[in-house]
Every structure is written in structure tokens, then in C-alpha cells.
Design a protein around this ligand. Structure first.
Ligand code: NDP
Ligand code: GDR
Length: 342
């Protein structure tokens, strides 16, 4: 029997890479999708096969992290071996506009899913998508032992999810882990996160379709890695003998200004000719500096980032330039990750 996994957030950046990875490993993959008036499954379309086809290994189910009884019926029916909780209102700036919704999805959604596992009475391994945003104002470097000091409704909701995941592990003996992931990006990154916003703008400016790019705080530093290899780390966390929490990061940190410089230079442009300040992109409280210490994941899981921020910026610029030439395509990945093949 193939292993069966459930992914919440399968339509997002990480969900699509994780679905690809698990299908490659022979899993049957079930994704939770929200009903929308138009399809929002473009990131997994290339993986989808008609469910009537005996070869089909990817199945999508309607549901929402705000609907606890639906999570119970879905999990009780599927009895998965592994559950990956990637769904969230994941935009930090937006969480200041929608704090209650963010708390409901990004925080309470996790306990609804953990309760669904418990109430369904199934033996499943649970992955929680925790975040470096939980460290917030705590200075770098940040590791599994660093105290949390969240700086946004999003960060606070993720801290709740972190602790409720640990609590279910300790209270009920559940195999439940937190992957504390630092920023990870890709050509599939949502268009309003800073890296993708920059690389799309570089492509459009290079093509003569855009002149200016409006940005907020350029001084913040982040540890940006490549999403496709972070999902390998998620999977490895659920294969370990004992449940535990792990940081995934590159161990390097760059400012938004550094990212701008690298991305624009790669296309033969000077960012200072194009970037303008717009205060609407500032946050009431900012996370100034993130730099992860991934040594535990390297030692215990054999996981190590191979793509570092400067290469990532260039990969994303190249992909966005390609995508402008092929308007029908949603994303184009150009990285060879053979190093992760078993
Ligand atoms: P995305 O924003 O790309 O994807 C979020 C996913 O969550 C989408 O599939 C979205 O569905 C789904 N979703 C949102 N609200 C609900 C809901 N109420 N019920 C069900 N599904 C919902 O995020 P990423 O892929 O970048 O990140 C994956 C997870 O990892 C998130 O939890 C994020 O907070 C966390 N994380 C991300 C990091 C990063 O750098 N990318 C770093 C650390 C943690 P829809 O398509 O319908 O909107
Ligand atoms: P972040 O990512 O908040 O770290 O959360 P984001 O790319 O939104 O911001 C990174 C930094 O860039 C600064 N910035 C801008 N950000 C955006 N989005 N748009 C701008 O115009 C802009 N100008 C400057 C921000 O102020 C910030 O300092 C991401 C999300 O994926 C979370 O879900 C995840 O948990 C964390 O990464 C780790």
C-alpha cells in the first residue's frame, strides 16, 4: 500500500512543491482546497490527473481550516499516514489589516486540525508549518532554543500554533512536529511577497513594461532559501524516529536592499533608477533581522540548504523574464535538485 498524505495549503507555494515531492516518492496525496468562485489550483494543475483514471494519485477535497467538523470527516474518511498543515493567512503585512481572520486561520486552524486527528482516532504523523516570524524582535542568530517575541498578528498566531502542536505531542503522545522555517522563495512565490515582487518588477522593467517599483522598508534582513528544498526538510522531519522541532534556514542573511541590488544587477539594471518609497508597505511593527541556525536539521536529518540568497534571486529573475515571454505559463522552475534524489 502506498503511504497516504494530506496537505492543507496545497494550492500555495510550499503545498505545490510538497505534493510534487510526495508523488515522486510514491505517496497518494490528498489536498484540502477552499471553494472559490474561480479555480485557484494553478500551482498543482500540472500534477492533476482525472480521479477516474486508475493512475490518479492526487486528490483534492473541499474544506477550510475554519470548519472543524469538515476536518474531522475528511481525516476520518482518509485515515492518512501523514498530515502537513501548510494552510494559513500567510502575509505578515495583511495580518495587521485582518488580525482576527489571521488568528482564526493561522492560529485556531491548527488546533482544529489537531483535534480532528484526535477525534478521528487515527494514527498519523503531523507537521506544523511554524515560522521564523515567531522570533520577531529576538536578535539573530535564531535556533530551536531562541525565545519567541512575535511582532505581528501573524507571528502571534504562529506562536500559538507552535505551542498547541507541542502540547498535543506531550498530552496525547501524538507524533507532531514543528518545522520552524525561515523565509523560502521560488518562481512560485506569491506575487506580493518582497522577493517575487522585486523579481517580477525586474522582468517587467527590463521588458519596458514598467518604470517604477514602490517599496517599503529596505533595511530589514532575511535568511532567504529555496522552497523546493525546504519541503524535503518537512518530509524528513516526519520520517525521524522521534518527533522533534527543527529550524530550516540557509544560515545567511541579506537585506531587502541587497536583494534589490542582486536582482536588478542580474538584469543589467540599477535599482536606484526605479525604486520609490511608499509608506503603505511599512508595518506597524517590523521584524528587523532574521538569521537561522540550521545545524540541528543538518546533524539529525542530514538536511542542508544548497541554494543561497544571491543564487535564488538570480533564479527568480530568470524565471520571471521567461514567464513574461510565455504569458500562458504560471511559473517556470529552472533549478536542478538532483542532490536531493535518493
Ligand atoms: P501561501 O500563502 O503560498 O499558501 C497558503 C495556503 O493556505 C494556500 O493554499 C491557501 O489557499 C491556504 N489557505 C489559506 N487560508 C485557508 C483556510 N482558511 N483554509 C484552508 N486553506 C487555507 O504560503 P506558503 O506556501 O509560502 O507557506 C506555507 C505555510 O508555511 C504557511 O502556513 C506559511 O505561513 C508557512 N511559512 C511560510 C514561509 C515562507 O517563507 N514561505 C516561512 C515559514 C512558514 P488558497 O490558495 O485558497 O488561498
Ligand atoms: P515576511 O515576508 O514578512 O518576512 O514573511 P515579506 O516578503 O512580505 O517581507 C520581507 C521583508 O521585506 C520588507 N518589505 C516589503 N515586503 C513586502 N511584502 N512588500 C514590499 O513592498 C516591501 N518593502 C519592504 C518587509 O517589511 C519585510 O521586512 C514571509 C511570509 O512568507 C510568512 O508567511 C513567513 O512565515 C515568513 O516569511 C518567514
Amino acid at each position: 500500500m502506498p503511504k497516504r498524505a494530506v496537505i492543507t495549503g496545497i494550492t500555495g507555494q510550499d503545498g505545490s512543491y510538497l505534493a510534487e515531492l510526495l508523488l515522486r516518492k510514491g505517496y497518494e496525496v490528498h489536498g484540502l482546497i477552499r471553494r472559490a468562485s474561480t479555480f485557484n489550483t494553478s500551482r498543482v494543475e500540472h500534477l492533476y490527473v482525472d480521479p477516474h483514471d486508475p493512475e490518479a494519485k492526487l486528490f483534492l477535497h473541499y474544506g477550510d481550516l475554519s470548519d472543524g467538523s469538515r476536518l474531522v470527516t475528511m481525516l476520518a474518511g482518509l485515515k492518512p499516514d501523514e498530515v502537513y498543515n501548510l494552510a494559513a493567512q500567510s502575509h505578515v503585512r495583511v495580518s495587521f489589516d485582518e488580525p482576527e481572520h489571521t488568528g482564526n486561520t493561522t492560529g485556531m486552524g491548527t488546533v482544529r486540525l489537531l483535534e480532528a486527528v484526535r477525534l478521528a482516532g487515527i494514527d498519523t504523523r503531523f507537521y506544523q508549518a511554524s515560522s521564523s516570524e515567531m522570533y520577531g524582535a529576538t536578535p539573530p542568530p535564531q535556533s530551536e532554543d531562541t525565545p519567541f517575541y512575535p511582532r505581528s498578528p501573524y507571528g502571534a498566531a504562529k506562536v500559538y500554533s507552535y505551542w498547541i502542536t507541542r502540547n498535543y505531542r506531550e498530552a496525547y503522545g501524538m507524533y507532531a512536529v514543528n518545522g520552524i522555517l525561515f523565509n523560502h522563495e521560488s518562481p512560485r512565490r506569491g506575487e506580493t511577497f518582497v522577493t517575487r515582487k522585486i523579481t517580477r518588477a525586474v522582468a517587467a522593467i527590463k521588458a519596458g513594461q514598467q518604470q517604477h517599483l514602490f517599496m517599503g522598508n529596505l533595511d530589514a534582513s532575511r535568511d532567504w532559501g529555496y522552497a523546493a528544498e525546504y519541503v524535503e526538510g518537512m518530509w524528513r522531519m516526519l520520517q525521524a524516529d522521534e518527533p522533534d522541532d527543527y529550524v530550516l534556514a540557509t544560515g545567511g542573511s541579506y537585506s531587502v536592499r541587497d536583494f534589490l541590488t542582486i536582482a536588478f544587477e542580474h538584469a543589467g539594471l540599477n535599482w536606484e533608477d526605479h525604486v520609490k518609497f511608499d509608506e503603505r508597505y511599512l508595518r506597524p511593527t517590523e521584524v528587523d533581522s532574521l538569521l537561522g541556525d540550521p545545524s540541528k536539521a543538518q546533524e539529525k536529518l542530514g538536511w542542508k540548504a544548497t541554494v543561497h540568497t544571491p543564487d535564488l534571486a538570480r533564479i527568480m529573475v530568470d524565471a520571471d523574464i521567461e514567464m513574461l515571454k510565455h504569458p500562458g505559463r504560471n511559473w517556470i522552475d529552472t533549478v536542478n535538485l538532483d542532490c536531493w534524489n535518493d
